[in-house]
Design a protein around this ligand. Structure first.
Ligand code: SF4
Ligand code: SF4
Length: 263
């Protein structure tokens, strides 16, 4: 089942990338699996909010959480590098990736049901509390538990393919072996303090404070949503992710490889 799920996600991404009516394209997706009983899910009630769901709240009898990252083609973050507002390509990629995630989840559910399993059809976004700006199912944290990446100073997930892309997840009662988590930091600031590029790039100065100024960030997302409303709902920004050391890769791994080859 594991391989068929990965093949299905890859196939859906390839189809969408070639589709004449879809402007965006994506690189090869990353897929991870978490044991639904992993104690880290329980910790999200403290780390995020008490109402954060457990896999079993979403699907009684849950055994596995499937998480995946769809990395944007590099042309999309490059388009978002300059200026203080999101590029059109970034906003459109957000909307098109949300649709792609819905299609992938539908297909994964079909696959599971063929084998007598069940799954959830979770939306990619817009499932959060508008006051606290926190979600009862954080795809980011779930993807971390499923070994897809670790958190950067910009609060996004840094994967082996960087941080520019979007995440989806499905809870299922099928049993699939979990993906091991990489314990090493992937953010250069967290690793050795050598980077704060995302903070410098943020037009809302949201990353200069600890805790992160969540409402300042959200106001910026809403400004971009107004700017791009003709395309649909694109409450995006991504300036902290576009063309920084972790945009396309794990920069800590890259630096270690460079150091080894210079020896
Ligand atoms: S830009 Fe630098 S500090 Fe910010 S998340 Fe990426 S690696 Fe970390
Ligand atoms: S998404 Fe935009 S406003 Fe929010 S932290 Fe990143 S750069 Fe700042």
């Amino acid at each position: 089942m594991r391989d068929r799920i990965i093949e299905t996600i890859e196939m859906k991404v390839k189809e969408a990338s070639c589709h004449a009516e879809i402007a965006s394209s994506w690189k090869t997706p990353l897929v991870g699996f978490a044991d639904a009983g992993d104690p880290l899910f329980g910790e999200l009630k403290t780390a995020i909010r008490p109402s954060h769901g457990l896999p079993g709240d979403l699907l009684p009898g849950a055994r596995t959480v499937i998480a995946y990252f769809l990395p944007f083609d590099p042309s999309i973050p490059r388009s978002n590098h300059r200026g203080t507002f999101s590029s059109e390509a970034w906003a459109v990629a957000y909307i098109e990736t949300n649709r792609l995630i819905a299609g992938i989840n539908e297909r994964i559910n079909w696959l599971l049901e063929q084998e007598g399993w069940q799954g959830t059809r979770l939306p990619a976004t817009h499932n959060f509390d508008e006051e606290q700006l926190m979600s009862d199912w954080s795809h980011k944290h779930v993807a971390f538990i499923a070994g897809i990446g670790s958190f950067g100073h910009h609060h996004m997930l840094i994967t082996d393919q960087g941080c520019c892309g979007r995440l989806g997840s499905v809870v299922t009662d099928a049993v699939i072996a979990p993906t091991p988590r990489c314990e090493q930091e992937r953010c250069l600031f967290k690793f050795d303090g050598s980077c704060r590029k995302c903070e410098q790039r943020c037009p809302a100065k949201a990353l200069e404070a600890d805790p992160f100024r969540r409402h300042a960030c959200y106001d910026r997302l809403l400004e971009n949503a107004r700017l791009h409303e003709r395309h649909g709902l694109a409450d995006v920004c991504g300036k902290c992710a576009a063309i920084v050391p972790c945009s396309f890769t794990d920069p800590v791994k890259r630096a270690s490889r460079k150091n080894r080859s210079n020896r």
